[in-house]
Design a protein around this ligand. Sequence first.
Ligand code: ATP
Length: 243
Amino acid sequence: MSILLETKNLCAQYGKVLAVQNINLKVKSGQVVTVIGANGAGKSTLLNAIMGSLPVPGSANGEVVYQEHDISRLIVEDRVANGLCLVPEKRELFSSMPVEDNLLLGGFRRYRAREKNWRDTLDEVYELFPRLKERRMQNAGTLSGGERQMLAVGRALMGKPKVLMLDEPSLGLAPLVVREVFHTIMRLRENGVSILLVEQNARAALQVADYGYVLEMGEVRLEGNASELLHDPRVIESYLGFG
Ligand code: ATP
């Protein structure tokens, strides 16, 4: 399996405070890779450093290698154009615009690049999330938490990413909806999207992932096949409890 995305000694800081350090992770083509860790471990910072979207440009160093090219110096837009996409923790939808317009905006880069058939992806998104189709004229700001999460993922898919990075997709959702979210992640993988999933819900994340990294205080403390991590006493004690 080829490596699609890799970080080499990736570090990121806010002012003088180092939030993540020397991160070496790999996402192979077709894999779901998860990064688990407690609040403040540096998970969101890591995704933003990969995406090039830290609040202060240039506050990351080390390498981000994507399809064998060092993309560390590319601006966010160029990383997106190459096939990387991040669904941020805060979803960042256009709340006063209808669902469908939010989705179409997700395809705007492809439209501008005169990509043929870019609009067909809308049907694929509606097939994945029939609820969004039902609500396509409704303003995004009036959606439920679960529907907002579907919309954020749907909008990202409109850009046809090769690697989709999801920051805490289950955050704040009811257990039944959380199950739907993880089911969607499995379907996306079946459709050929590689996924880098950041989660506090370690059990659910490890159940859908192929490989996992445990982040503690900005550093990778453990890594391994997800099925092994699920049975690792250190992971069970700190992240899985007895559930
Ligand atoms: P959570 O699960 O709570 O979102 P996280 O693992 O995603 O946590 P980060 O949000 O990456 O963690 O935060 C890592 C560290 O960096 C924390 O100590 C946090 O306070 C700090 N940090 C995050 N964003 C900023 C910022 N914009 N300015 C300064 N410090 C920040």
